[in-house]
Design a binder for this molecule. Structure first.
Ligand code: PMP
Length: 360
């Protein structure tokens, strides 16, 4: 078997033991004589699996009882329009903090639904920082405030969340979900596409305060109402069975590793290895402001851009895959989500140091 060090931003690397378990289960899931993608979503075996997965999420994130956990199709992007559609209230604006390309996509969908205001933005410096939100003025009747907790492309991350009072805080946590402990009770909605920290693509995990699902207008189609999915425990229609099952295995593994506190420590350690290389180098330059740096996506450029193609070519030759930066930022990006091993991160760090030494 040949496995490389995979630094793609998503879909991204999954734990090898989870992949092996999937492989084993694929012919016979829990003695059913069928795989998870062949059994009815109304069967006992499936029901046990999805119930346990939800419970594991509740345990690991300490989710209060007045929140629902939903497994929805359409990845994270379907949430961009669903949020304004469901949380619309008379005269209340949709408010946003714009910290990158994914925030902008969310904002665009809100603008289709109604009056939308961007309260702070870091677009002036190509999204290289998280705006200071200490004195943020949120309109009192705002329907919600939306943030993107980790900006996958620029490599920035919120290290503290804004105070929103009675206005629900809504967070796209696609690229740092389950990477650190969070206080769920501070949020109205948390959502994430699964394909970075938790599993395969095409699945959105939504944690929603139940009262927010109740206020939906009757003009919203049934499938697009959070209430529908809350009432039917994510089984209104045939769900993405395989992705839910895979996510369940990842969360179980996370529990065994010691939960989110343990995961956060490992993630800090991994990020430090790469940021130390960048900070002690004259070739590599971090893209993000130091106090806004992401522990998930480490972005950097080269002071000598002529070396970019060479670095990329040599990284691939060394089985370090997926470090090319997003075209809007340039340079490089190493995504080091939960499943990225510290060994792989060290390998990349040593490779970068050697590359710099050879090309001085
Ligand atoms: N939000 C963020 C922060 C992302 O990084 C991504 C995917 N890269 C998305 C949303 C969109 O996710 P999906 O492709 O699952 O719709």
């Amino acid at each position: 078997m040949h496995r490389v060090a995979n630094f793609y931003a998503g879909p991204s690397t999954l734990p090898l033991d989870v992949l092996e378990e999937i492989q084993k289960d694929l012919l016979d899931f829990n003695n059913t004589g069928m795989s998870i993608i062949e059994i009815s979503h109304r069967s006992k075996a499936f029901s046990k699996m999805i119930t346990e997965t939800e419970q594991d999420f509740r345990e690991i994130l300490n989710i209060p009882d007045d929140y629902a956990v939903l497994f929805m199709q359409g990845g994270a992007s379907i949430q961009f329009p669903l949020i304004p559609m469901n949380l619309k209230k008379d005269g209340g604006k949709f408010t946003y903090i714009n910290t990158g390309a994914w925030s902008k996509k969310a904002i665009k969908e809100a603008q289709i639904q109604g009056e939308t205001e961007v309260l702070a933005s870091s677009e002036d410096k190509n999204f290289s920082y998280i705006p200071d939100l200490k004195n943020l003025q949120i309109p009192e009747n705002a329907a919600y405030l939306h943030i993107t907790s980790n900006n996958t492309i620029a490599g920035t991350q919120y290290h503290a969340f804004p105070e929103t009072g009675a206005v629900p805080l809504v967070a796209d946590m696609s690229s740092d979900f389950l990477s650190r402990p969070i206080d769920v009770s501070r949020f109205g909605i948390i959502y994430a596409g699964a394909q970075k920290n938790v599993g395969p693509s095409g699945l959105g995990i939504v944690i929603i305060r139940k009262d927010l699902a109740e206020q939906v207008e009757e003009t919203v189609p049934t499938f697009f109402r959070y209430k529908t999915h809350v009432d039917k425990n994510s089984l209104f229609n045939t769900p993405n069975s395989f992705a839910i099952y895979a996510v369940g295995l990842v969360v179980k593994r996370l529990k065994k590793l010691g939960g989110l506190e343990a995961m956060a420590k490992i993630n800090e350690e991994k990020a430090k290895i790469l940021y130390d290389v960048i900070d002690n180098s004259s070739l590599y330059q971090g893209v993000a402001d130091k106090n806004s740096r992401s522990l998930m996506n480490v972005t950097f450029t080269l002071s000598n851009s002529d070396l970019e193609a060479k670095l990329l070519e040599e990284s691939i030759a060394n089985d370090l895959i997926g470090i090319k930066g997003h075209r809007s930022v340039g340079g490089f990006r190493a995504s080091i989500y939960n499943a990225q091993s510290i060994e792989n991160v060290k390998k990349l760090a040593v490779f970068l140091q050697n590359f710099e030494n050879k090309n001085k």
